[in-house]
Design a protein around this ligand. Structure first.
Ligand code: NAD
Length: 555
């Protein structure tokens, strides 16, 4: 029988670490071919690696060569997430250096397709799966996570994944992807990030019938059973990771609103679909008047879709209008909603609670085009998850009403977008001030090239999370999101606006996140919500705290 020698962990410059093959299999510590000769000698790696020592830059070259050779975005997703499981430093270096190319793969739109096929492309688990059978022992499950200093948890129950509906446990791709962006864009250390899926079952019959589905094969827990599980999860997090921010993600709106309301004033939490979306869209609406003229208080906004995203944006817009001097009633009157049953008006008896404050006196309207013509909005915002609903007639009407109509087609992924960038520019003779949820390529119209901005939540949440971490904020408030939106809008340059872009380029995301983090942390210090001391130079301190994907020396 062959015998194997196992090596003991060793004390290195950064503490006790494993050696030999075990070190190569530790994605946090692994450097692959970048281990130096000295490290190879000291850490039992001689012979386990080919002799040439590569720089991280050379390794990134190899990563990108392989990534680009993959024939489809889904294959690229599989390829790049496999790297994340092998060598995190190299993964983050590659993503950060090639953000515009890789972000649409690890996040929307490709992550949506990856979630739809999660059980089929599943390779090794990432994140923590807490399921309905773990009731009574969720704290123990949390303790199985190998890292102690968790500061940011992104949690979903998989019921409304992007605009794709109930994907059950296959929704895990979302917390995993969002936390990758926390690190890449916001510089939150990967060791401090924990993706969680609450697997409470699924109503998706296709998944239930699929032998490769990874989740519980049962229908969703509802009512008290569901609520108790969420409560236990929140309590367990307070016990095991008391410093962690909980970001709620892709819950269906019948749960998202109550969970947020229940916990937002008790623990450090926010809902990205409501508040993050609100802030990113508000930032676009704050930047848009620099093209269209006027200010936010001069806008009339008509939303297509009155769910988490729509109401989240509406609430932020109202707060911003009030800051510009409107009363609450005046501000609300400037925000109109159109849902699957028509214009949200006072006489409707079918409105759920979150829509009622926006139900104004008006005759019922069944068609969105009619609502546009009746209300003459300056901006339309698509958050319905229904593709092609900003029709040619709708866009032509907007261009007829406004010199520079503001059109945000925010539904994700790309297949769900209310219109494409090309349609927005073509059908308004190049006058639309356009932003989308998923990325679109630049569009040539007449002699001009337009670069559509992406109202991507990734502009906001990583900076908010970092701001919470550096200040030790106890709560996340709406004021923090308003300040985050302003900080983001302030980063939009005249050059960006000239290209029609309402958001800064993704390549400057770290700078943007640092400013957002500083603005959020300032709110925490100003409102007495911080548990950590305020440094003299807040922005400088924030930047100094950001994780850099560089290899550390072990010997
Ligand atoms: P939700 O389920 O809470 O709300 C959807 C809303 O759309 C509901 O009010 C529903 O009544 C309405 N709706 C459905 N069909 C409609 C129709 N035919 N006409 C008019 N309204 C209709 O979902 P949500 O969380 O609000 O997300 C909606 C969309 O917004 C998703 O596609 C999501 O990906 C996208 N989104 C984008 C961003 C972003 O780009 N930054 C952020 C969050 C959400």
């Amino acid at each position: 029988m062959m015998s194997t020698t196992s090596r003991n962990p060793t004390v290195s410059k950064i503490g006790t670490i494993p050696t030999g093959v075990e070190l190569l299999h530790d994605p946090v510590l692994n450097k692959g071919t970048a281990f130096t000769d000295e490290e190879r000698d000291a850490l039992g790696l001689r012979g386990l690696l080919p002799p040439h020592v590569h720089t991280i830059k050379e390794q990134v070259m190899r990563v990108m060569e392989n990534f680009r050779r993959k024939p489809t975005p889904l294959e690229q997703y599989i390829n790049i997430t496999a790297l994340q499981a092998r060598n995190e430093t190299l993964f983050y270096r590659a993503v950060l250096d090639n953000l515009e190319e890789i972000m649409p793969i690890i996040y929307t739109p490709t992550v949506g397709e990856a979630c739809q096929r999660y059980g089929h492309i599943f390779n090794r688990p990432r994140g923590l799966f807490i399921n309905a059978k773990d009731r009574g022992q969720i704290a123990e499950v949390l303790r199985n996570w190998p890292r102690a200093d968790v500061r940011v948890i992104v949690v979903t129950d998989g019921e409304r994944i992007l605009g794709l509906g109930d994907l059950g446990a296959d929704g895990m791709g979302i917390p995993v992807g969002k936390l990758s962006l926390y690190t890449t864009c916001g510089g939150v250390h990967p060791n401090q990030c924990l993706p969680v899926t609450l697997d409470v079952g699924t109503e998706n019959e296709e998944l239930l019938a699929d032998p490769l589905y990874i989740g519980l094969k049962q229908h969703r827990l509802r009512d008290a059973d569901y609520n108790d599980l969420v409560d236990e999860f929140v309590d367990a997090v307070q016990e095991v990771y008391p410093k962690a921010l909980i970001q709620l993600e892709d819950f269906a709106n019948n749960n998202a609103f109550w969970i947020l309301e229940k916990y937002r004033n008790r623990i450090c939490t926010f809902d990205d679909d409501i508040q993050g979306t609100g802030a990113v869209a508000l930032a676009g609406l704050l930047a848009a008047p620099r093209i269209t003229g006027g200010g936010i208080a001069d806008q009339t906004v008509l939303f297509l879709g009155a769910g988490e995203a729509g109401i989240g944006i509406g609430d932020m817009v109202v707060a911003a209008m009030r800051a510009e001097g409107l009363s609450e009633a005046e501000a609300m009157r400037r925000c109109w909603f159109f849902d699957s049953r028509g214009l949200v008006v006072k006489s409707r008896t079918d409105l759920v609670e979150h829509k009622r404050p926006y139900a104004h006196e008006h005759a019922p309207v069944d068609r969105f085009l009619d609502a546009v013509e009746a209300l003459e909005p300056t901006a339309i915002i698509g958050v319905s998850g229904q593709p092609k609903t900003f029709t040619r007639e709708v866009l032509e009407a907007m261009a007829h009403i406004n010199e520079r109509p503001v059109v945000f087609a925010l539904s994700n992924p790309t297949s769900k977008s209310e219109c494409t960038a090309e349609e927005a520019y073509n059908w308004t003779q190049g006058r639309a001030v356009f932003a989308s949820g998923s990325p679109f390529d630049p569009v040539n119209f007449a002699d001009q090239t337009f670069v559509p901005g992406q109202g991507n939540n990734a502009y906001i949440f990583p900076g908010v999370g970092l701001g919470v971490v550096v200040s030790g904020a106890r709560l996340v408030t709406d004021e923090m999101f308003s300040e985050a939106a302003r900080a983001l809008a302030d980063q939009v340059t005249p050059g960006d606006l000239k290209l029609g872009r309402l958001y800064p380029p993704l390549s400057s995301i770290r700078e943007v996140s640092a400013h957002i983090a500083a603005a959020v942390a300032e709110v925490a210090w100003r409102r007495d919500l911080a548990t950590l001391e305020r440094p003299e130079d807040v922005l400088g301190y924030v930047k100094s705290q950001m994780y850099q994907p560089v290899y550390r020396s072990y010997v």
